[in-house]
Design a binder for this molecule. Structure first.
Ligand code: NAP
Length: 295
């Protein structure tokens, strides 16, 4: 069993930590807002006041945070994990959906401190994280992925290895651009049906049971047609915009096209314009409806 330091006890991090504790691993957790980490004490986690404190003696350091800024500060800030006293040759695993640029920089910073590095962003909402059924998109040397397999298996239904460091986050960002596109297309399609006088519940059912019925379309068309809002919110409009922006950057960095990605980001930006970016992603339909009414 591994001695794990975990940075970030948000919806995803807390669920992953609980699964590590259930699996018999030792976890010390750090969160910027310490009060939000406290419930994990009852499950057996130690809570640290800083990332430096969290990584004391750690064999594996995993982070799951909002974005590049949050990750950069937690790894490399004043009390950042990289300044700590982890075990020599410890593994640094970045599970946040961050940019490829930052992942490459973090890989260099971690290696300079004698750590091994893997980028392991995850797919699946907090309900799948709670069930230990995430998908891990791994980037790194095969021997490092193999060495960390028991740690990655403890939170996931599948570990997919894409290639060297950076390839996990590259795939995850492309995957999330496609996901954001499907949710945006669902909102636009339903609003077009509404304009044509078609009942939204009938339309959602037909989209879900037709060739259009991907898991995203099935989930979000029902939520949008019936006004269902996740409680607690699982994924915000702001996160959709973050992932799409990092995704467009990564696609362009390889010289590939992101025409639909750019169009999709414009659709999601309507949530910011309507002051709804911290709302549930399925409420995109309400933001688009309001934007249309406002002309
Ligand atoms: N939710 C999903 O469905 C899902 C699915 C797959 C992947 N992801 C990815 O997983 C990561 C975490 O998502 P989540 O849903 O767990 O988000 P969340 O519940 O909002 O948690 C965000 C975490 O980041 C921390 N944080 C935010 N800004 C920070 C800063 N400037 N400095 C230090 N810490 C900061 C928060 O600390 P505080 O508690 O102090 O705010 C919290 O620990 C994201 O990269 C997300 O894209 C999410």
């Amino acid at each position: 069993m591994a001695k794990i330091a975990f940075l970030g006890t948000g919806a995803m991090g807390s669920a992953m930590i609980r699964n590590y504790l259930k699996g018999g691993h030792k976890v010390t957790a750090y969160n910027r807002t310490i009060a939000k980490a406290k419930p994990l004490e009852d499950a057996g986690a130690k809570i640290a006041a800083t990332p430096i404190e969290a990584v004391e003696g750690a064999e594996v350091v995993i982070s799951c945070l909002t974005n590049d800024d949050a990750s950069r500060g937690s790894w490399n800030g004043e009390n950042g994990a990289l300044k700590g006293n982890f075990k020599p040759g410890a593994y640094a695993i970045e599970a946040s959906t961050a940019s490829l640029e930052w992942i490459r920089e973090l890989d260099g910073l971690a290696r300079a401190k004698g750590m091994n590095f893997l980028d392991c962003p995850v797919a699946g909402r907090p309900d799948l994280a709670n069930a230990g059924k995430l998908k891990v998109f791994a980037g790194g040397a095969k021997e490092d992925v193999d060495a960390m397999r028991p740690v990655l298996d403890a939170i996931s239904a599948a570990v997919i290895h894409f290639g060297p460091v950076g390839s996990g986050i590259t795939f995850k960002l492309i995957y999330n651009v496609m996901g954001a596109l499907q949710v945006a297309a669902t909102a636009e399609g339903l609003l077009a049906c509404e304009a044509a006088g078609i009942d939204l519940r009938v339309a959602a059912d037909a989209f879900s049971n037709g060739a259009t019925g991907s898991p995203h379309v099935k989930l979000h068309s029902k939520n949008m047609a019936e006004g269902i809002i996740d409680d607690p919110i699982m994924f915000t409009g702001k996160n959709r915009i973050k992932d799409t922006s990092y995704g467009i950057e990564v696609i362009n960095s390889f010289g590939a096209q992101s025409v639909l990605g750019r169009g999709t980001r414009q659709v999601w930006e309507q949530m910011v314009e309507q002051g709804m970016e911290l709302r549930n992603d399925s409420e995109l339909i309400d933001a688009l409806r309001a934007a249309h009414k406002a002309g």
